[in-house]
Design a protein around this ligand. Structure first.
Ligand code: GDP
Length: 300
């Protein structure tokens, strides 16, 4: 929790503390509620969830009567956690199967942090004693495959890659095949994310998924989303969700933005839980997303 708190940007901490200090005002007039609403909207929580949260806070403050700082903190904590949602399954499914590894497909727009996330995830798994094979299915950018391979060498995972400009689906297929023959526990597949032609992306990602499913079902399809892109990121998320069934969201760059409210917005938009968060560029800067710890880090 201390690490999470220090990793979230100062502006994000200010957000949580700002809400708490507004709620703690002696007279909660209309203007104060509007300020609370503004803070939430600025953090990209989204219009409807913001209105719902403010309404609930108003009701509960009214019922509370006397308000001690501890009461208010508790109330805000509960409501923010409820807003994020506690009923989702945020487990990352990476248990291997009898005869084959677990397969995780990592998708998202270029620059959101896909390759970095894949590398960090490999590191977490290897540190946990699991053997990992990486698939560099972004065959359009040699630099992307190089970057993934560098991660692989760093963390101790073999990288399967194909010729530049080759067929991404065939690299993904080979990576899973390699994982099976090596008896690996997990195969992580990094994909390309060029968004300029939606049909091109659809064809490509759909094919990657179909082809690796010849080896068996895919265990996770993780959509990587850059928290700093706000509502724009949501539009992209929708496009990906139309192409493949997303099973979890990785929200990256939470260390560099005050827009942590995007956690709420994207989950509502896609109906899929945030499972991991990126908190920096370093190898250790990937954490499971846990609403309670996140809210505690926010409100201090
Ligand atoms: P890709 O094109 O989606 O594979 O994106 P990359 O993995 O190459 O990441 C793009 C940039 O974002 C790189 O400079 C990464 O170091 C940086 N990055 C990735 N995740 C995070 C994060 O959680 N926090 C910060 N601050 N930077 C990140």
């Amino acid at each position: 929790l201390v690490r999470l708190r220090s990793r979230l940007s100062r502006s994000q901490n200010t957000l949580g503390k700002g809400l708490l200090s507004l709620l703690s005002r002696e007279h909660l007039d209309e203007e104060t509620w509007e300020e609370i609403e503004d803070i939430l909207l600025t953090a990209d929580v989204g219009v409807t969830p913001t209105q719902e949260l403010v309404e609930r806070l108003r009701q509960r403050v009214k019922v509370l009567g006397t308000r001690t700082p501890a009461d208010l903190r508790q109330l805000l904590r509960e409501e923010l956690i409820a807003l994020i949602g506690t009923d989702s399954d945020r487990t990352l499914h990476t248990e291997s199967h009898e005869e084959r590894p677990a397969v995780v497909l990592v998708v998202g727009v270029n620059g959101t942090g896909k390759t970095t996330t894949t590398g960090k995830l490999a590191r977490v798994l290897v540190a946990d004693g699991r053997s990992v094979v990486l698939g560099a299915a972004d065959t359009f950018r040699a630099a992307a495959a190089d970057q993934l391979q560098t991660w692989g060498e760093r963390v101790g995972a073999r990288t399967v890659r194909g010729p530049e400009g080759g067929d991404p689906a065939s690299v993904a297929f080979d990576a899973v095949k390699e994982g099976i023959s090596e008896g690996a526990d997990v195969v992580l597949i990094d994909t390309a994310g060029r968004l300029h032609t939606k049909t091109g992306l659809m064809d490509e990602l759909g094919k990657v998924k179909r082809v690796i499913e010849k080896h068996g079902p895919v265990d996770e399809v993780l959509l990587v989303l850059d928290a700093t892109t706000g509502q724009n990121g949501l539009v992209q998320a929708r496009v990906f969700a139309e192409v493949v069934d997303i099973t979890g969201i990785v929200l990256t760059k939470l260390d560099g933005t005050a827009k942590g409210g995007i956690v709420v917005a994207v989950q509502r938009e896609l109906g899929v839980p945030v499972k991991l968060v990126g908190l920096g560029e370093g190898a250790d800067d990937l954490a499971p997303f846990e609403p309670g710890a996140f809210v505690d880090a926010l409100i201090g």
